[in-house]
Design a protein around this ligand. Structure first.
Ligand SMILES: [Zn+2]
Length: 268
């Protein structure tokens, strides 16, 4: 399952590779596609001799070697996964072997070593304090990582640098809406300064972006309700009406998103 974004609009910002905050630096994986934007962002977190690596990315030995070369000899204390989709986690096992590090994730099938990850966990790795926030929705196992010293939130596929994320078949829209509300409240309380997404550029206005996502979801749900009133009979017909402006190559992703929304509306 790829990053799954649906475009809204907006200019391509860059550069993405090498961008970051005081303690986080992005190593961009070369898996760009309409669904993964510029590619997967692998985040290297560290203040000193060692680092934590978030989302090694797809199982691409070239990319994993690039990440290792960017470490400059620093030790990897731990590999963290925002979620288990292939474009974030596929290279985790190979990378763990290369750098001799455990892998921590919410979904135990991705864990290598003793410890998983759960909502509310707090750890320090690479000299960086990392707080784990459970944000199910895009996938059942999605996590965000809050870096209090930087005021930065690593969002995985929960928030993307451009466009909007899709609810994957292993996700849930009701969960996603709750996760967005929770992140919105958290961003305000803790005065978050930036979002570091799993795809696309760093976002400098966390509250603005979260409001945009929340509004967008509500509007899409209203559009789908309207499409049903107008006679759309299934997800495909709804896509043709509601996502008419979206390029056709993204319609399968849109259909997945509509299916998640129909499921949500049925349960109301
Ligand atoms: Zn994903």
């Amino acid at each position: 399952m790829s990053g799954l974004s649906l475009p809204i609009e907006g200019p391509i910002e860059g550069p993405i590779d090498g961008s970051g905050t005081a303690t986080a630096v992005n190593v961009l994986a070369p898996n760009a596609s309409p669904m993964t934007l510029d590619g997967t962002n692998t985040w290297v977190l560290g203040r000193g001799e060692s680092v934590a690596v978030v989302d090694p990315g797809p199982d691409d030995p070239g990319h994993l070697s690039t990440v290792v070369s960017r470490l400059g000899g620093r030790n990897v204390e731990v590999i963290l996964l925002t979620h288990g989709h292939e474009d974030h986690s596929g290279g985790a096992r190979r990378f763990a072997e290369m750098v001799k590090s455990p892998v921590r994730a919410l979904d135990r099938t991705h864990v290598l070593g003793e410890e998983g990850l759960e909502d509310g966990d707090a750890l320090t790795a690479g000299g960086v304090e990392i707080r784990v926030i459970g944000t199910p929705g895009h996938s059942f196992d999605s996590l965000c990582f809050w870096l209090p010293e930087d005021g930065a939130l690593l969002t995985g596929d929960t928030i993307l640098g451009r466009g909007t994320t899709v609810i994957a078949p292993d996700g849930d829209l009701a969960d996603y809406l709750r996760s967005l509300d929770r992140l919105r409240a958290m961003a305000e309380l803790s005065e978050a300064e930036s979002l570091l997404p799993g795809h696309g550029p760093i976002l400098a206005d966390p509250i603005g972006k979260l409001d945009e996502y929340i509004t967008h979801r509500r509007q899409r749900l209203d559009q789908i309700r309207q499409a049903i009133r107008d006679g759309a009979k299934d997800a495909r017909e709804i896509v043709e009406m509601v996502y008419a402006e979206v390029p056709r190559e993204l319609w399968p992703a849109a259909e997945m998103s509509v299916a998640a929304q129909l499921n949500y509306l049925k349960k109301l």
